[in-house]
Design a protein around this ligand. Structure first.
Ligand code: SF4
Length: 344
């Protein structure tokens, strides 16, 4: 039987490993060689620069009822907000003033903004000379096409889990097939496409996570976001056990080794779950951080899971903290837009 070091070596040299090998690496108690290999590959391919993407969470309304998410429509405890297009644009301008080269517009699946309103917001922000990423859930092909036409560059749509039974259990009324179809449509339309998983969902096994990794590679995703499941009050999973940081780090390291050129954030949820989460993520393959640009009140209310609102009081403070972490780690803030570098 191959040792852990052998498996890591195969992965580092060939960027591929079968599902059994990936599962073994996900369950090893000795993950250090895996983390070190991911860090080496990150440095070799995407370098020491870290891309800061300014995150604007513009509405916490959602028509869906994902079991794990505090924004689910059934959570009547949550106070809802919706930023006006003018507020969104003003926040983007503020973020650009702070040096952000990408603006990420994120919301629950809120159909109250019309497609032309969303397009106008994208067009206005694009005139500020930045890249625009959307994270607004499942939409029709024509909506994705209109937003691309308006100038949107990237789209984030996490698959959360590729196990169809688990997917169905976690996402009542939603279709796994449709979500996969959305991802392929986004790719076809020319978006840089991001997906990812929620790690540590009740009932999720290492073999299921290994299958997620295979899916990311098959999709040839440009960005992968991986975060720990954090139980949220007001949801059916409020009392469940949360995901482990170590398992997220293993997933991140494996993703970097399988897909050396992708962009991968150290997610907010990782930073919430572990005070050193950002550092750990950046040491295990991450090259992106997404500081929150929103007003304090809105940030408090955008609560898919608890704890994130307390992480930093305002955008400037948060940015200063992130820059201090990067400096400590010998990493630099990228002056570029941070598109995927192919063949790097
Ligand atoms: S995970 Fe997304 S789609 Fe599901 S309830 Fe939360 S915001 Fe809505």
């Amino acid at each position: 039987m191959q040792t852990i070091t052998d498996l890591v070596e195969v992965l580092e040299n060939r960027q591929t490993l079968d599902q059994a090998g990936l599962t073994r690496l996900l369950t090893t108690p000795k993950a250090e060689p895996l983390y070190q290999a991911a860090d080496r590959v990150r440095k070799r391919t995407v370098g020491d620069e870290v891309h800061l993407r300014g995150l604007i969470e513009f509405s916490n309304y959602c028509r869906r009822n994902c079991l794990y998410c505090g924004l689910r429509a059934g959570n009547s405890r949550l106070h809802r907000y919706r930023m006006t297009p003018a507020e969104i644009v003003a926040t983007a301008r503020f973020a650009v003033g702070l040096g952000m080269k990408t603006i990420v517009l994120q919301s629950g699946e809120d159909s109250s903004y019309t497609v032309s309103e969303l397009c106008a917001i994208v067009q206005t922000i694009k005139k500020m000379g930045v890249a625009v990423t959307l994270s607004i859930g499942e939409r029709s092909r024509s909506t994705y096409a209109a937003l691309k036409e308006a100038g949107a560059d990237r789209f984030l749509l996490r698959i959360e889990t590729t196990n169809e039974q688990l997917y169905a259990r976690m996402h009542p009324g939603m279709s796994y097939q449709n979500r996969v179809q959305c991802l392929y449509t986004l790719k076809e339309l020319g978006y840089e496409t991001g997906t990812g998983s929620l790690v540590g969902l009740p009932g999720q096994t290492p073999a299921m996570l290994a299958a997620d990794l295979v899916f990311f590679k098959e999709l040839d995703a440009d960005m992968i976001g991986l975060g720990p499941f954090i139980p949220s009050p007001g949801t059916p999973l409020a009392q469940a056990a949360g995901g482990a940081v170590d398992l997220v780090l293993k997933m991140m390291a494996l993703t970097r080794l399988l897909m050396p050129e992708i962009n991968m954030p150290a997610t907010t949820a990782l930073g919430v779950k572990d005070p050193a989460g950002y550092q750990k993520g950046l040491s295990c393959g991450a090259n992106v951080v997404m500081p929150n640009m929103g007003e304090r009140d809105y940030k408090r209310l955008y609560a898919p899971y608890p704890g994130k609102e307390g992480w930093a009081s305002n955008a400037e403070t948060q940015l200063a903290k992130i820059k201090a972490v990067l400096q400590q780690m010998g990493r630099t803030v990228s002056p570029g837009y941070g598109f995927r570098v192919r063949g790097g």
